[in-house]
Design a protein around this ligand. Structure first.
Ligand code: NAP
Ligand code: ZN
Length: 317
């Protein structure tokens, strides 16, 4: 029998999120049912709730940084039992037929070391893996010089993880008041990206740049911060295109641009274990779900330190 579950949903691109009820099917033999304890608020939730990527299906219940407690398991589940802490990110299933799926067998529920604070760990499920995956793909390690652009949810995880990988980290920010926090998180240098003199002083320095910015901005200025053969990886996904890229900024210096999407389940578990080993969680502000619309507005003003996390107990209120 499908069961009714409380939720907060957007019903259109301009309507605020509000309380509603959604129908959930009974768990299958391979399913793990969890009571969600905490859910991080990603800028992608805002893009999606407001149809900024033109693909939203309404009603839309955002949220993909989930930590919860197992309440029920299907007959064939052996890795989880009732009472365990479990985590779920952006991926909940796959076709299991295409070449990519056939490369790996995946289960979509992840383990979190109980020593990590579950609220602070929730944002690892998207912000953590989205920054860990490209840092690993580009083999960032001791001696690498990494620039992270934007100190929001993704950016602050990027700074912490790149630092833990041994890199020399430079934060590029538009918010001068975030400099102290960035240094506490592991950045050695902070560059105010709006200041041409500071940008000129740092031109050509970075091996790799992780660009997490959620809005269109001057990509050419950032490309100029790369050394010869350096790569800038775009993970920020703005609603509108960036201003045009000047190819000369790539031709001179043979610089590269790439993109990266979250990360696979296996790598997400690897990231969760890496974060447990290095004691890395997100810097969070816990909110009740009733404050979600206010949180979205603050996120748009870059006024979040550095991830909102919803205490899901408030959903019962
Ligand atoms: P966020 O917390 O809002 O952080 C974005 C940061 O970008 C802000 O804190 C700000 O940092 C900077 N910024 C904002 N507007 C700017 C502007 N006009 N010019 C320059 N910098 C600006 O967002 P988030 O949750 O980290 O997500 C960031 C982006 O990544 C979103 O577009 C999201 O959809 C996308 N995303 C992609 C993936 C993926 O798989 N590729 C996964 C998750 C999220 P400063 O104040 O430091 O300048
Ligand atoms: Zn996300």
């Amino acid at each position: 029998m499908p069961s009714a579950t409380r939720a907060f949903a957007a019903t259109g691109p301009t309507t605020p999120l509000g309380a509603t009820s959604v129908s959930r099917r009974d768990p299958l033999a391979s399913d793990v049912e969890i009571e969600i304890l905490f859910c991080g608020v990603c800028h992608s939730d805002l893009h999606q709730a407001r149809n900024e990527w033109n693909n939203t299906v309404y009603p839309c219940v955002p949220g993909h940084e989930i930590v919860g407690r197992v309440t029920r398991t299907g007959a064939s589940v052996s890795k989880f039992k009732k009472g365990d802490i479990a985590a779920v990110g952006c991926l909940v299933d796959s076709c299991r037929e295409c070449p990519s799926c056939r490369e790996v067998t995946e289960e979509f529920v992840l383990r979190i070391d109980p020593k990590l604070d579950p609220a602070g760990a929730a944002p690892l499920l998207c912000a953590g893996i989205t920054t860990y995956s490209p840092l690993r793909e580009w083999d960032i390690n001791k001696g690498s010089r990494v620039g992270v652009v934007g100190l929001g949810g993704l950016g602050h995880m990027g700074v912490k993880i790149a630092h833990a990988l041994g890199a020399h980290v430079t934060l590029y920010t538009t918010s001068a008041n975030k400099a102290e926090d960035a240094k506490r998180m592991g950045a050695s240098d902070v560059v105010i990206s709006k200041d041409p003199a500071q940008m000129a002083r740092n031109a050509g320095k970075q091996d790799f740049i992780l660009n997490t910015v959620s809005a269109p901005h001057d990509i050419n200025a950032m490309l100029g911060q790369l050394r010869r053969d350096g790569t800038m990886c775009m993970v920020g996904a703005p609603d509108k295109p960036h201003p045009p890229v000047d190819v000369f900024g790539m031709i001179f210096g043979r610089r590269r641009m790439s993109g990266s999407l979250i990360g696979g389940i296996k790598e997400t578990q690897e990231m969760l274990d890496f974060c447990a080993k290095h004691n890395i969680v997100s810097d969070i502000e816990i909110i009740p779900i009733q404050k979600i619309n206010e949180a979205y507005e603050r996120m748009l003003k870059s006024d979040v330190k550095y991830r909102f996390v919803i205490d899901m107990a408030s959903l019962k209120g």
